[in-house]
Design a protein around this ligand. Structure first.
Ligand code: DI6
Ligand code: FE
Length: 406
C-alpha cells in the first residue's frame, strides 16, 4: 500500500526551482511530506500514478511555481508615518538635513516608543499582510525605532508575533545601532556600550534576535563603533548584517565582510575594494531600489563589479517610513531591473535563492529542492519574468507555507 507516501502532490506545474539560474522543469510535479519537499521532477518520472502516491492532489493546470519569496530587509514594525517629510523633501530638503534637524528616524522613534504593544502590532501587521499576499513566505524584520531596552523588546516581540499569526517565517534583526537616541546626544560611544552590554544580552536571552545590524554612515555610527557591535554579535553567535555605503563610502561593507557578515545592504557608494571583500567572504549584496527611488538618489550601486566578482545580489523592500514606504516586493523586482539594470533572472534570484543566503537560511529555503521547507507559490503567469515585467498586478493564485496551502 503506497497511498500515503506523500501528504500532498502538485501536478502539471511549470516549475522554477531557482537552484541554478531559474532551473525550469516542464510538466513537473512537486510532493510534500510533513512540511518538507519530498520529491520533485517531471510528471512522467513520478514513481506511480499521482493518486497512488499522495493523499491530496492539486492539479495546477500548467501554471508556474516558484519558491516562496523572501523579503530579506525590512523595518516594517514602526508607529506613525512620515508623509510630512516626504513633502519637505519634494520641496528640496535632503534626508540628511531633516535627520540632522531632529526629524527622520528620531520622529519615528518617538512615535514607536509612545505606541502600546497592540497599537504597534496593528499598525505593523498590515504591512506584513501586504507582503504575504504577494507570495512572501520569509520576512526579515529589524528593530531600531526603540533605541532603549523596553522599546526594542516591544518591537521585536511584535515582529515575532507577526510571524506567529501570519503564514510567514519572521527572522529578527537587532538594529539598536540605527540612530543615536535623544538621551545619548553627543555620547555615541556610551550608547554603543548600552547596545552591546545592556540591550543585546537581554534580547538574546529572550530568543528575540537572529542577527545584528548597524547603520554605518556619517549621520549614524562610525567604523570603530561598528566593529564593537560586530565583535559583540560574534560573542553571542549571532549573524551580522550592515547598512553600508548608502550615502557615502565609509568602508563599512569591507569591515562587515571581514567579520563574516551574511549581507551588507544598500551599497550605492561601494568601492571596488569593497566588492572584492564581499566576494572573498561570500557576503551577499542586498540592493534596495525602493530607497534609491524614494530618495531620488542618482548614484547607482556598482552592479557590473558585483557581477564581475560574482557577488550574490539580493533585492528587498527596505520597508520603512523614511526612505522606502514600500510593501511590494514584486514592484522591487521591476525597479531592480529598470533602475539598477539587473536582468529579470538576477532579480528573481534576488528574492529567492540569494535572499535566503542574505539571511543565512540557504540550507532551508530560497530554492526548491528535496529536503527543503515546502514554501512555494503558484502564479497565474506564463513565465516568472512576468512577475518582474508587470507593475501593480498581483498574479498569485496560492501560497504554500510549510506544505500547507492558505
Ligand atoms: N537606512 C535607511 O534607509 C533606513 N534606515 C537606514 O539605516 C531609513 C530609516 C528611516 O528613515 O526611518
Ligand atoms: Fe534599511
Amino acid at each position: 500500500m503506497q497511498s500515503n507516501l506523500w501528504d500532498d502532490l502538485w501536478i502539471n506545474c511549470q516549475l522554477f526551482t531557482m537552484e541554478h539560474d531559474l532551473s525550469f522543469i516542464k510538466n513537473a510535479a512537486i510532493a510534500v511530506k510533513e512540511g518538507k519537499i519530498a520529491w520533485l521532477g517531471a510528471v512522467s518520472d513520478l514513481p506511480g500514478s499521482p493518486e497512488s502516491l499522495a493523499a491530496i492532489i492539486h492539479d495546477v493546470k500548467e501554471k508556474c511555481i516558484t519558491p516562496g519569496l523572501i523579503d530579506c530587509h525590512t523595518h516594517l514594525v514602526y508607529a506613525g508615518n512620515r508623509y510630512h517629510e516626504f513633502a519637505l523633501r519634494l520641496q528640496g530638503a535632503s534626508y540628511e538635513t531633516i535627520a540632522q534637524a531632529g526629524g527622520g528616524i528620531q520622529f519615528t522613534v518617538a512615535k514607536t516608543r509612545a505606541a502600546s504593544d497592540e497599537e504597534l502590532f496593528f499598525q505593523s501587521i498590515k504591512r506584513a499582510e501586504a507582503l504575504v499576499k504577494e507570495g512572501v513566505t520569509t520576512l526579515e524584520i529589524k528593530s531600531g525605532y526603540g533605541l532603549d531596552l523596553a522599546s526594542e523588546l516591544k518591537m521585536l516581540r511584535v515582529a515575532k508575533r507577526i510571524g506567529e499569526v501570519l503564514p510567514v517565517d519572521v527572522t529578527l534583526t537587532f538594529l539598536g545601532a540605527h540612530a543615536l537616541p535623544p538621551e545619548y546626544k553627543n555620547k555615541p560611544d556610551e550608547y554603543i556600550e548600552l547596545v552591546c552590554h545592556e540591550i543585546l544580552p537581554v534580547l538574546a536571552a529572550e530568543n528575540l534576535v537572529d542577527a545584528v545590524d548597524i547603520f554605518c554612515e556619517r549621520i549614524a555610527f562610525d567604523l570603530a563603533q561598528a566593529e564593537r557591535v560586530f565583535k559583540t554579535a560574534k560573542e553571542f553567535n549571532l549573524k551580522i548584517k550592515c547598512h553600508a555605503e548608502q550615502l557615502s563610502d565609509s568602508g563599512a561593507a569591507q569591515l562587515a565582510a571581514q567579520y563574516g557578515a551574511v549581507s551588507v545592504d544598500h551599497l550605492e557608494f561601494l568601492s571596488e575594494d569593497g566588492v572584492m571583500a564581499l566576494a572573498k567572504a561570500n557576503t551577499v549584496a542586498v540592493l534596495l531600489p525602493g530607497a534609491f527611488y524614494f530618495l531620488r538618489e542618482e548614484k547607482l550601486p556598482p552592479i557590473d563589479l558585483l557581477r564581475q566578482y560574482k557577488v550574490p545580489m539580493a533585492i528587498a523592500t527596505d520597508c520603512n517610513p523614511g526612505t522606502s514606504p514600500v510593501t511590494s516586493l514584486l514592484l522591487m523586482l521591476n525597479m531592480a531591473c529598470t533602475l539598477f539594470k539587473l536582468t529579470p533572472e538576477e532579480a528573481l534570484l534576488g528574492v529567492t535563492k540569494h535572499a535566503a543566503q542574505a539571511l543565512g537560511l540557504e540550507k532551508t529555503c530560497g530554492t526548491l529542492a528535496v529536503g527543503k521547507v515546502a514554501d512555494f507559490v503558484v502564479w497565474d503567469v506564463e513565465h516568472p519574468m512576468e512577475l518582474v515585467y508587470n507593475i501593480g498586478l498581483n498574479p498569485m493564485i496560492s501560497v504554500i507555507k510549510n506544505g500547507k496551502q492558505s
